[in-house]
Design a protein around this ligand. Structure first.
Ligand code: B12
Length: 468
């Protein structure tokens, strides 16, 4: 039986964007994992990466040529529109192809997906076991009556490693390292924290119990990646790798024992860094070069409103610890949070000026389906999002939250985003936003003729100015 998986992540960069910066080159571990399981069971699996093709005409041509039995589409809320379009194209080619959706958005909003006639099945939650069971029954001509299928949580160490060959792309280094080859890895599922801008989305996907692979299992995958890709740097995709210091300490010992000295990056929290500077120092000795920290706000009332459970003092101290250890920081923070005043926003700007992260992760708060704060915005009638497309992080989309002065946000964020940039780079930034990203033809010329240099720069500048 032939299965086509679809990666629809073109909301920002569009078709023909494979290889452009991080966004054009990241792989999707959810698809890689279900692909590895399906291949292990003997199914033929191929990927259609929308970033690789020229448009819907080509998409339909591929589906027609491949003539799969099943098409499986992943989606986060931002990619809902291209994901749904791909499903209608599949059904236009043949109504007999069984379509299945899974991933964060279908896990959070299964009913919305189930209403769509072009979708036959919605997998809510983890896909490895349930998607395989569904494929087996389809192969035996048994079609489950229920459209929404509950995913069963997998025993992580029993899963095959991600099928990275599915994606025909070389992952590009995240901004905190430039060492190539670069790979990404994920050591666990879920997050123990309750930040209102994120949770309970992850519990809806992965269940209440946060799980982590054994150190042995992660090291085995890294050994394989070392043999196969000779990677020089890697990134842990986990929401907060350091939430389990015991695991990290065991990992560091084994990492060194197995002869690894490659650079790595992970996400962390200010409070843990302050509590365990010794751990961060050990991580640095093993290869940690950069850490992504969600500082979120420089105002304590706002931090408490977000249920972040950190303090402004911890934010400043954590940054100092990292700077002193020579670890680069990507400082993520948000502006335009519901209830936030202009003075409170300025507290954040002033905090970020003190923190001086190597990479500015400035976001204009975007309500994300599945989060407590999203529900709050609905309850209070604050949501100004008009279509799924508006969940994208394009800062020129200003209809996120009602009553926010987005011109003010742009002005104050520019103050730090442009800090340290030459006039030419600031100008380039403006050109990219006002012309290039609005004009597909210019983007095409850049992709075609300046592939390596400008595109890396383009990716970099996008991140420095993007909002969530
Ligand atoms: C790493 C990561 C990123 C990376 C890379 C993303 C990528 N494409 O690989 C970066 C930092 C760039 C990123 C960006 C964004 N991210 Co992000 N990210 C994550 C994170 C931390 C891990 C993703 C991961 O690899 N998970 C592990 C895999 C195994 O899980 P999975 O993908 O969910 O797949 C499983 C199931 O969902 C299911 N499944 C998935 N696909 C399919 C398909 C089928 C057919 C089936 C049957 C099953 C199935 O089976 C899989 C295996 O069990 C998650 C949180 C988390 N812990 O998962 C957030 C998360 C996915 N991100 C999120 C968001 C909001 C974003 C952004 C929109 C942020 C922004 N505004 O810029 C962008 C969107 C970019 C994009 N188009 O993908 C949200 C999505 C919520 C939502 N409502 O959709 C999450 C859930 C975090 C959160 N709780 O808010 N992200």
């Amino acid at each position: 039986m032939k299965i086509i998986l679809v990666y629809p992540g073109i909301t920002s960069l569009g078709f023909n964007s494979l290889g452009i910066g991080a966004e054009g080159s990241w792989i999707n571990h959810g698809l890689c994992s279900i692909s590895a399981c399906a291949k292990l069971k003997g199914y033929e699996v191929k990927l259609v990466d929308l970033r690789k093709i020229s448009g819907w005409k080509e998409f339909k041509k591929i589906i027609r040529k491949e003539n799969p039995h099943v098409v499986g589409v992943t989606m986060v809320s931002v990619d809902y529109d291209p994901a749904i379009k791909s499903l209608s194209c599949v059904k236009e080619v043949s109504k007999n192809i069984i379509t299945v959706v899974g991933g964060p958005h279908p896990s959070i909003m299964p009913e919305e997906c189930a209403k769509n006639d072009n979708i036959d099945y919605v997998v809510k939650g983890e896909g490895e076991i349930s998607f395989l069971e569904l494929l087996d029954s389809i192969e035996n001509n048994v079609f489950p009556k229920e459209k929404i299928i509950l995913g069963k949580p997998a025993e992580l160490d029993n899963l095959p490693f991600s099928d990275r060959d599915l994606f025909e792309v070389e992952e590009q280094p995240w901004w905190l390292t430039d060492k190539k080859p670069f790979v990404t890895i994920i050591a666990g599922r879920g997050c123990i924290y309750n930040c209102s801008f994120c949770q309970p989305a992850e519990r809806m996907i992965f269940g209440r119990r946060v799980r982590r692979r054994s150190v042995k299992n992660v090291i085995e995958e890294l050994k394989l990646l070392r043999d196969k890709y000779k990677f020089k740097s890697f990134m842990f995709h986990d929401d907060c790798l350091i939430e389990n210091p015991t695991w990290v300490e065991e990992f560091l010992i084994k990492y060194k024992e197995e002869g690894f000295n490659q650079e790595f990056i992970c996400q962390g929290r200010a409070d843990i860094i302050c509590k365990r500077p010794d751990l961060i120092s050990k991580m640095k000795q093993a290869g940690l070069v950069g850490i992504i920290i969600g500082f979120e706000s420089g105002n304590q009332r706002v931090l408490d409103f977000l249920h972040k459970r950190t303090t402004v003092e911890q934010n400043l101290m954590a940054a100092e610890i990292c700077h002193n250890l020579g670890i680069k920081i990507q400082g993520n923070y948000m502006l335009g949070i519901p209830t936030e005043t202009k003075e409170e926003m300025m507290d954040t700007i002033n905090m970020m000026k003190k923190i001086k992260p190597e990479v500015q992760g400035c976001s204009f708060y975007t309500p994300s389906p599945g989060s407590e704060l999203f529900n709050y915005c609905i309850e209070k009638n604050l949501l100004d999002i008009k279509s799924h497309n508006d969940y994208r992080r394009d800062p020129y989309r200003r209809n996120k939250i009602k009553g926010i002065d987005y011109n003010f946000l742009l002005k104050i964020s520019d103050e730090i985003n442009n800090q340290g940039l030459s006039r030419t780079k600031i100008l380039l930034n403006k050109i990219i936003y006002y012309v290039v990203r609005k004009n597909k033809f210019t983007l095409w010329i850049i992709k075609k003729f300046f592939k390596i240099k400008l595109i890396r720069e383009l990716g970099h500048l996008i991140v420095r100015k993007s909002s969530s």
